[in-house]
Each structure stands twice: as structure tokens, then as C-alpha cells.
Design a protein around this ligand. Sequence first.
Ligand code: NIG
Ligand code: FE
Length: 422
Amino acid sequence: MGYTLLIRHCGQLLTMADTGRAGSPLTGSRLRDWHSIPNGYVACKQDRIVALGPMAELDESLVTAATQIVEARGRVVMPGLVECHTHLVFGGNRAAEFQRKLQGESYLDILASGGGILSTVRATRAASDAQLLENALHHLAGFRRYGVTTLEAKTGYGLDAATELRLLQTAREAGRQQPVRVVSTFLGAHVPGPEYAGRPAAYLDMLAAEVLPRLDPTEVPFVDIFCEQGAFSVADARRYLTRARELGFGLKIHAEQLHDLGGCEMAAGLGAVSLDHCDYLTPTAAARIAALTGGRTVAVLLPLVPLFLRQEQYAPGRQLIDAGLPVAISTDFNPGSCPTKNLWLALSVACLKMGLTPREALAAVTLNAAWAIGQQQECGSLEPGKRADVLVLDVPTPEEIPYWLGENPVRHVIIGGQVQAS
Ligand code: NIG
Ligand code: FE
């Protein structure tokens, strides 16, 4: 059988395929040294990539009248974006709090006054299933237009057993109803539910007893927790994550976002797949984490969050890379600390404020982001056998991607071998 889809004459084909040590996320120079092929092609059969390389090596006998052709002359072609940290499902929005923030109130002050995450919890609990699903589908369509082909979706705006389970169902249903693949994370431990105010440990005990045992790690592969003042302490987070690990879940943590509490190192010690935020993570701790984990735990950098929170502390991305940590980049899409779906903007700001090079930042939104959600076998690079998730961009070189600040360079989005209508 011939190819079902051929993307040909690709000006520059960024495969992101790892040239070095396979079987671990990209660290150090591997973050920059991925393959790029001038005048290349990508050939697919149904939902899989079956061949790629320079045009001179294309097997024309497999190009038939039934092969759909995408011309990519002069354009960058790269893997679909992997968005590895979003809070996809929520009700309402926090535009009113944006005004308070502009007048000088801090994120934690707003949370302590019953706003912030808790105001989204009220709106989410009040929303119908249909409304939550409609919102999630709307946001997924937006992500798809930006070239996101796989997306992690956290719960965390229910904060009681029933609503948290409802949010997982919404994410699953949203994944079924449109092409972007959705990977679920349980973030019931976002902050203590309002019924447990001042009793964070009791709230975590409730989650561990009543919710975690009802989840199937093959459907909800990760458990996450927000370790921060006003949320959960390192000691409480350690107990909860340890229990989640015993039940077979992969671990994630929101840590070192607003203070250096040591949550990242604790979670890395438990074998977490990712450490997210890291704005206050020190290079010394990063070096210890890299040694402890053998570079397997990914630091997920969220550069648009400090920008949106008016906090001038950005994760020291350059130093984290130099310390040996693999890094990924995400928007952290959520109604409070980052209501944008523009992962390209996050990539640019990672270069501007965290010291990443454009090549490192591209690896951080593709292959390393796939590692951060355990999807490295499926997506994140263009390689035979992987899903045919491919972007054709309206730029001629990878260096131009972060340069056109805030633009969406996407011309075509291909998901599972299907060219998406724009
Ligand atoms: O990743 N830091 C904690 N959680 C989210 C924000 C949630 C919210 O403010 O609604 C984050 O930034
Ligand atoms: Fe988050």
C-alpha cells in the first residue's frame, strides 16, 4: 500500500529525533543537537509516520493517486506541539481579579481572601456538565489552531470527590470529541477544598481514601499537587505523593512557584516525572536533582505565569539546563495565572527571560514535553512509528519562530495523519 499522506519539499524538516542517548529526555547539548533536514519529506500511512528524510531519498513508487500531498517549500516542518501542563476544565473566568492584580494585590493575597483558585472552584461547581464540556472543547479548538496536537489536562477546580471526578469525565469526553489527544492528570490536591479550610492534611487523607482508589492509572496516569504557602506543605505533599505512587500513578508537582520550599527536590526523590514552575528553584538544588534522577525528571518551565502575575522572578532556565536538568515549556493555561493558549509566546518568553536558545526552546515544546507526560513513544519527534502529528509553519527557519513575538506561525496542523481544517 502507498502513502496516505506526503508532506514534501519541506524547507527545513525539524525531526527533533534524539541523536544521543535514547531512552531519556534531552539534557545539555542534546537539547540543541537534534536533527534538521533541508529539503525533506515526511510520509505517513493512516495515523503513523512511516518514512522521512531528504527529498532525494523519497521512494516515489509509494506515492500513488490516493496519496494526499502537502507542499511545504520554504517552510519549517516540525512535530506537533505537546502542551504538557494545562488546567483545561473550569467554569467562569477571573477577569475581575485581573483588575485587582493590576492595582497591586498579589496572587497569594487574592487566594487568602477567598478568591483566586477558590473563586474558580465556585464557578466550576455551579457549571453544568454540558457547560464545562463546551468550554473545554472551545479551549481545545484554540490550542489546536496554535498547533498543539497532544495536551495534558489537570483537574483541580472541583476540590470535592464528586466534582473532581466530573472534571476527569469532562476531560475524557473532550478528548473523544475532537482530534487533540488529551492526557489526564488528577490535581485534586490543588488547594484544600473550602470544606477543609485550615485542614490540608485531612483534605489529602480524604482524596487518598475516597478518590485515588477510584481512578485507573491507565486512564489518569498522573497525580499532581500544589506545594506552596496557602496550598500544601512539603511534608503533606510527600505523604500524599507516596500514597499515589503506591497506587501506581506517575507523579507531578507544582513547586518553587512563589517560594523556595524544597518541593521539587522532594518530588524528584520520589521519582516524579516532572517538576513544574521552578521559578524559585536554585541552580544548586537543580544540580542535586539532576544527579539524583539521572536527568529523567523534567523541569516544566511556565514563563508566561510570572509575566501574568507581575512577578519578576523567572525560572533560571539557562542554569537549570547547565546543571543537567531536562526542561520543557508550557503555557500552564488556567483562568488565574495564565489565561493564554499561545505556546509559541511561552517559547519566545522562555528565550527572552529564561535564557534558552531557540533550538532548546523548540525541543522543550516537543520531545521533552512529551517526556513530561509519558508520551515520548507516541509523539514529540518525527520518527517512523510515531503518530503523524506534524506542523507546517509559515517561517523559513527555526530561529524565526521565537522572533515573531506573539504570532501564530502555523499554516497546517496534521493530527494522526489528518490535515485539520484551519
Ligand atoms: O499552575 N499554581 C497553582 N495553580 C495554577 C494556577 C491556578 C489558578 O490560579 O487558578 C498554576 O499557576
Ligand atoms: Fe499549573
